[in-house]
Design a protein around this ligand. Structure first.
Ligand code: NAD
Ligand code: MLT
Length: 523
């Protein structure tokens, strides 16, 4: 296996991969991802310096995992990765403290004009009167985003005897761990804060969150710090706000476009820049490098998943323990797809009895169902997204009803106004069985080759079909017969030892009594 690394990570961490017999190709000096050979890589490790595009992901046909050494994944096309069944993982904790300390450093430096003092001294000036700062004591800080870094920043600033306002629409006021934080709406936070610090991810709803209108809500003496992601403060608006005295200062570690070579913000009043140094500490670099290499190794070698962003299964032990049920659900999906005679409108899956993990059962069913049409490219990562993109409506439920089996998977596929329902169950937690098929109860191990025949419920059909199979030496290993509920149509599932030719299937289908005949192969 091969892992491509396109941003700097520590040498010790690369050893984690090579020790597991994974070849590491270090292209961290390469500036453009269009020049990379992606054709045979299994894994790709990046930090924020590489943009992973949909085109890159399409080119990397063997790619199974993208590991982000760090938090922000706005440089990775996660949708494209999901659609291609590529796992995306990050290392959410390893640089929290470094980013926190950098934020605190910027807040203090800004309050005490450290940047301006340095700048003026290297130009031969001594401007003590001009560079009067402010204490943090008794001031109000507004923290936007109360996740890991926002919370750690608050904990470090609290001892300065500062008041803290917080805004985070996803945090429950009553459950937030720091009871001294007053959680308020964003407009209110903007109006009351002396310092605002931003700790939200870059998403559609946070890009431009601080535009000119919002900056105008701030006090003229207030300052703003962004150590999260560039673009959350609109840079054009910030330039106007600083130069027109709408606010009094800003510190930025992150920028709309990085690396920054020529920014109009250089001409802004009282601005402090650092070149995305939030996670640039010995500890964070080592931490994210080790974490990402271990996670990528574990996924490639053992399919163990840590910190996945596009697979909503967290407990891999649970997944392992469900393996025989997942296999059965997948077989049910394959069976339905082989029977379906056109594009499917909807799929309904429900489980009952001891089998409560409906979400993963649904994914396994969809994997089996869609792989028949997408050539084994569908996995647990992209199954839902691929189904959605083909317009299939999916319904999943766990039923609390009492059942005659210890566990049950009920699957219904509908198209053109008709539905087919098949039930599966695992006997003794080990033996997969199809126990209900389109209205009749049966007991079928869903492995091997079958002929599925719908015929008029009249005498002699079994004999005629058996004779035709016998003529070309196709041995019958089992014959299960039943009647479609409330009808005069019979269903036969014939287990055969070898593949009947398409001509033979046609011959069977053309018998007067036969309505349809189909060959089915299940692994
Ligand atoms: P986190 O996921 O722990 O916290 C983010 C918080 O933002 C969450 O609580 C979430 O509810 C909140 N949030 C989401 N949308 C919001 C919105 N519209 N308004 C208010 N709150 C919102 O993430 P984290 O580890 O604390 O990282 C925060 C940011 O810092 C990320 O953008 C990350 O990429 C960035 N980061 C930067 C550096 C650096 O080097 N400068 C280092 C690490 C992390
Ligand atoms: C992160 O999101 O982890 C930081 O911005 C650091 C980085 O980009 O490497």
């Amino acid at each position: 296996m091969k892992v491509l690394v396109t941003d700097p990570i520590s040498d010790e961490s690369k050893q984690i991969l090579t020790d597991a017999d994974i070849k590491v190709e270090d292209a961290s000096g390469e500036k453009s991802s269009s020049k990379l050979d992606l054709s045979d890589i299994d894994g790709w490790i990046v930090r924020s310096g590489t943009t992973v595009t949909a085109e890159n992901i399409e080119q990397a046909e063997n790619l199974r995992v993208i590991g982000r050494a760090g938090v922000g994944v706005d440089n990775i096309d996660i949708h494209a990765a999901t659609m291609n069944g590529v796992l995306v993982m990050n290392t959410p904790d390893a640089n929290t403290i470094s980013a926190t300390e950098h934020t605190v450093a910027l807040i203090l430096a800004l309050a005490r004009n450290v940047h301006e003092g340095y700048h003026s001294m290297i130009h031969g000036k001594w401007e003590r009167e001009k560079l009067i700062g402010t204490e943090l004591r008794n001031k109000t800080i507004g923290v936007v985003g109360l996740g890991k870094i926002g919370t750690e920043v608050i904990k470090r600033l609290h001892p300065f005897k500062i008041n803290v306002l917080g805004f985070d629409p996803y945090i429950n006021k009553n459950n937030y761990e720091l009871d001294y934080v007053e959680i308020v709406e964003l407009d209110n936070l903007c109006k009351k804060s002396d310092i605002i610090t931003i700790h939200v991810p870059k998403t559609d709803s946070t890009v431009g969150l601080f535009d000119l209108d919002r900056l105008k809500m701030m006090k003229p003496t207030a300052q703003i710090v962004n150590c999260a992601r560039g673009g959350i403060i609109n840079e054009d608006a910030l330039l106007v706000a600083l130069n027109d005295g709408i606010i009094s200062g800003a510190a930025l570690d992150v920028f709309e476009s990085e690396p920054v070579t020529d920014s109009p913000l250089v001409k802004a009043n009282n601005i402090l820049f650092t070149p995305h140094l939030g996670a640039s500490t010995v500890e964070a670099k080592q931490g994210v490098s080790t974490a990402v290499c271990e996670q990528v190794r574990d996924y490639l070698v053992n399919e163990t998943i840590g910190n996945a962003l596009n697979l909503h299964i967290s407990d891999m032990d649970l997944l392992k323990s469900l393996e025989p049920y997942l296999k059965l659900a997948e077989q049910l999906g394959t069976l339905h797809q082989q029977i379906a005679s056109g594009p499917v409108d909807s799929v309904s899956i429900s489980t009952a009895g001891t089998l409560k993990e409906i979400n993963v059962i649904t994914l396994a069913f969809l994997k089996g169902f869609l792989n028949e049409i997408h050539g084994s490219t569908v996995n647990y990562i992209n199954a839902s997204a691929v189904a959605e993109s083909t317009g299939i409506q999916i319904e999943e439920t766990y039923s609390h009803k009492k059942i005659d089996y210890s566990n049950l998977i009920i699957t219904t596929v509908s198209l053109n106004g008709e539905s087919l329902t098949i039930w599966g169950s695992l006997f003794g937690e080990a033996l997969p069985r199809i126990i209900f098929f389109d209205g009749f109860h049966l007991d079928l191990n869903p492995v091997g080759q079958f002929l599925l025949i719908y015929n008029k419920d009249v005498p002699g059909v079994v004999g005629k079909v058996g004779t035709l199979l016998g003529e070309i030496n196709v041995n019958i290993a089992g014959y299960q017969l039943g009647r479609k509920e409330k009808s005069d149509i019979a269903i036969g599932l014939i287990r055969v030892d070898s593949d009947p030719s398409p001509e033979l299937i046609e011959k069977i289908a053309s018998l007067d009594e036969v309505i349809s005949a189909k060959f089915i192969a299940l692994e």
